[in-house]
Write a protein that binds this ligand. Structure first.
Ligand code: GDP
Ligand code: IMO
Ligand code: MG
Length: 450
């Protein structure tokens, strides 16, 4: 009998293996710094042609801005591709979902004219739920850190850490539990509340009211829920499809590779794509890293190229560097190529999007961090230990500023040669081609290099 599966048939007959035997490839967009690099904008650019846009990790701690036709949208749980009426958005199993947050976000966008978002959204039944009390606990943990250590993490207080903790400790509740037997769900919900109340005696939860609300959300959610693994399998193995994955947070906030403990609680690097969607590594295609032409960070933690001076203030004001989710001012500094290279070691970027070049337009000179030194000697790796990271001395390369408005540039030749030199230096230093250069907020303000 002739095997029906192409790979088996090829093996049995000694034929060349079919080119697309492993199915469609997904294109991945990931943050290469500490978040807010402009992932939303890059995803929006690619999403105009995508059939599926998927989130694989994080929750509504993310804040992705997309500007289309002068209208600004901010997405937190919804994939930015939801703007495209022709594409399907998917929230994968690796995401943690706060249901009131999800529906508030959808309703807000509906009012802005984004009609029918709920018809284009698919939610994995394996995704974990963030409850209101997880968000309260997030705040209590921050106060505890402040009291015990004199500093907190500066979380978004969206309940991300506590929800992923529940998942890891195997007491969490998933979408499939909410849609299953509600009596069972209620019992497990009450146990989870009790568990947190034993840790935080001041935690008050109106259990009956919460369950009533959750029951209502369950019915709104039900039509969107699918087995995420099978859904992705079909998308990968059906006819050719363009599938996009929108990373949230970023490499330096990754729970394993970031500046621990000042990180988020999920894998924001490429491994999180496979575990957060249930897809094989062979289906990963292009991995695009997004980096600003300088560096920002929200919240606490080491930041070697931070500029606590007029340069930092200029970047903050010109770049409108204010958190989309929390409204906090972002800390600003020079581009740090040590961290972008480190992000590349982990993610294997096939190309980079360099955003916000226009913000540097007015500077007399521009610096780029190219290496870290400890006791006067260069170190080849990115330090794991935060005490060490606080001690590194940054070696900079200095470039003359171009002092020209780049915001109207639409192709490489429109850029001043000093800006071209800056971009080429970054590309050579990371060893990854720069595919896009951002010179403004809106969709068309993106120079495509190849
Ligand atoms: P994300 O979390 O990575 O999606 O990024 P955010 O949306 O949190 O932050 C990026 C901010 O920079 C947003 O306000 C974007 O509109 C804006 N932005 C993105 N690319 C550019 C660019 O090339 N130039 C300028 N001036 N703004 C940009
Ligand atoms: P996007 O997707 C910037 C930061 C928080 C805090 C730390 C932990 O918009 O790039 P959490 O609430 O996740 O427990 O907070 O991580 N953080 C972000 N900073 N952009 C983000 O997402 C972030 N998501 C989390 O500020 O320091
Ligand atoms: Mg953001």
């Amino acid at each position: 009998m002739r095997p029906r599966v192409p790979a088996l048939r090829a093996a049995a007959t000694g034929q060349k293996r079919p080119r697309n035997e492993f199915g469609n490839k997904v294109t991945v967009v990931l943050g290469a710094q500490w978040g807010d690099e402009g992932k939303g904008k890059v995803v929006d650019l690619l999403a105009t042609e995508a059939d599926f846009v998927c989130r694989c990790q994080g929750g509504n701690n993310a804040g992705h801005t997309v500007v289309v036709d002068g209208k600004e949208y901010d997405f937190h749980l919804l994939p930015s591709g939801i703007i495209n009426p022709k594409s399907i958005s998917l929230i994968g199993n690796g995401v943690v979902i706060h249901l009131p947050g999800l529906f508030e976000e959808g309703d807000k966008n509906d009012k802005k004219g984004l009609k029918g978002w709920d018809k284009r959204l698919i939610v994995s039944d394996r995704a974990h739920i963030v409850f209101d009390f997880h968000q309260i606990v997030d705040g209590l943990q921050e106060s505890e850190r402040q009291a015990q250590e004199g500093k907190n993490i500066g979380t978004t207080k969206k309940g991300i850490g506590p929800a992923y903790s529940s998942k890891a400790s195997r007491t969490g509740l998933r979408v499939c539990d909410l849609l299953g037997d509600f009596k069972d769900f209620s019992t497990r919900f009450k146990n989870l509340v009790r568990q947190y109340q034993s840790m935080y005696p001041s935690l008050e939860v109106d259990v009956e009211d919460q369950l009533k609300q959750l029951k209502e959300y369950a019915e709104r959610l039900r039509p969107m829920v699918r087995d995420g693994v099978y859904y992705m399998y079909e998308a990968l193995h059906g006819p050719p499809k363009k599938i996009l994955v929108e990373g949230a947070n970023a490499a330096l906030l990754d729970i394993d590779f970031g500046t621990y403990p000042f990180v988020t609680s999920s894998n924001c690097t490429v491994g999180g794509v496979c575990t957060g969607l249930g897809i094989p590594p062979l289906n990963i295609g292009d991995v695009f890293g997004v980096s600003k032409a300088y560096t920002t960070r929200v919240g606490i933690g080491a930041f070697p190229t931070e500029q606590l001076n007029a340069v930092g203030e200029l970047l903050q004001t010109r770049g409108h560097e204010v958190g989309v989710t929390t409204g906090r001012k972002r800390r600003c500094g020079w581009l740090d190529l040590v961290i972008v290279r480190y992000a590349h070691m982990i993610n294997g970027f096939t190309a980079i999007a360099l955003t916000k070049l226009d913000i540097l337009d007015v500077l007399d000179e521009i610096k780029v961090g190219i290496a870290y030194k400890l006791n006067g000697k260069r170190i080849p790796h990115f330090p794991a230990n935060m005490d060490v990271l606080h001690k590194v001395e940054v070696e900079y390369e200095t470039f003359p500023g171009w002092k020209t408005d780049t915001s109207a540039a639409r192709k490489w030749n429109d850029l001043p040669s000093k800006a071209q030199n800056y971009i080429r230096f970054i590309e050579n230093h990371i060893g990854v081609p720069i595919k896009w250069v951002g010179v403004g907020k809106s969709r068309e303000c993106m120079i495509q290099m190849f």
